[in-house]
Write a protein that binds this ligand. Sequence first.
Ligand code: ADP
Ligand code: MG
Length: 366
Amino acid sequence: MKVELQNLTKIFPSRNKKSGEEVVAVNNFTFTIPDGKLVGLLGPSGCGKSTTLYMISGLQQPTSGKIFFGEEDVTELSPENRGIGLVFQNYALYPHMTVRQNILFPLQNLRGKDKMTKQQMLDRAYEAAKLVQIDGLMDRKPNELSGGQQQRVAIARALVKMPRVLLLDEPLSNLDARLRLQTREEIRRIQKETGITTIFVTHDQEEAMSISDIIVVMKLGVVQQIGKPQEIYDDPINLFVAKFLGTPPINVLSGYVKDEKLYIGDAEIMTVNGVDDRDVTVAIRPEGFNLEENGPLVCALSNVEVMGRDVSIVSRHESSLNPVLRSIINADNKIDITAETVSFSLKPHKVFLFDAETEERIYFEV
Ligand code: ADP
Ligand code: MG
């Protein structure tokens, strides 16, 4: 099911009538989620991810804008009638019910032509449980399950009505690191198997990158960039997006351009054709450095961390806007760990320039 958001906006009135300001939680969000895809809504806490999801679910009404499922305008439709499955961070299972009863619950409320027989419901519940691999735990109560198992029950409960759209709000946040990894792979598998259009909210860029067909990066209620994970990583539209994606994070330095050459400090670093003379913010991906004896970017060497295949070089530079620079280079390179300085040249396609004021991208040719 294709989901279309048209100029979706949500404004919360101020809580304090005298001094408080209203909050624009979601600002003019227009986007079509293609049928059968998994879209990651990514951004820091408070940027409007949950609000967007709740508007799609019908739990919250937009202040303005429209939502379509396929060709159907669902903006005014109640949550029960939208055909959505919703999973929250805290599994929100009924504690006094067994796993089976929890999964059956949404089916028991179906009325009219959707009403099912007992056996049909049991079959459907079993199918959903099998999909998330908890069919062996049907008689347990939630408190007899691990966090990961509880979250699977919540996913099964969201799937049992065969929703048109599956909405997941930070579903992995309460799980430990290993379970988080495993459950996210499970969600990806289930999504592929069922082909249900899915919207996955997270503040964790790695999670969003690994699971999504398409990522939507948000900041303060405003969509910054939409695209495939790799495309956004390779071609960020502004400094916020560049900084939000990638581990270790991108290196940020101040610099300037003169006669189509990029300078950091006094050193001429590389050619940047097509850029006028100006101050710039330079962002360099950790994998964008070449170790080069007479390379133009000379940094004070702090530390070398060996990580097997790669080596992480931690260094300092007075133009850096982060405390340290992190460069990831191949372990085959010979590094003198006793040296005071380390010199680099840069890979141009791993270097992004931004306006020092607006933080918008400045494009150049090599
Ligand atoms: P996220 O899920 O990305 O962390 P939310 O969508 O929950 O962000 O919130 C976006 C903004 O809207 C935040 O500034 C939040 O404080 C505000 N907000 C969310 N819900 C309400 C509400 N019911 N009343 C007032 N403000 C709210
Ligand atoms: Mg949220």
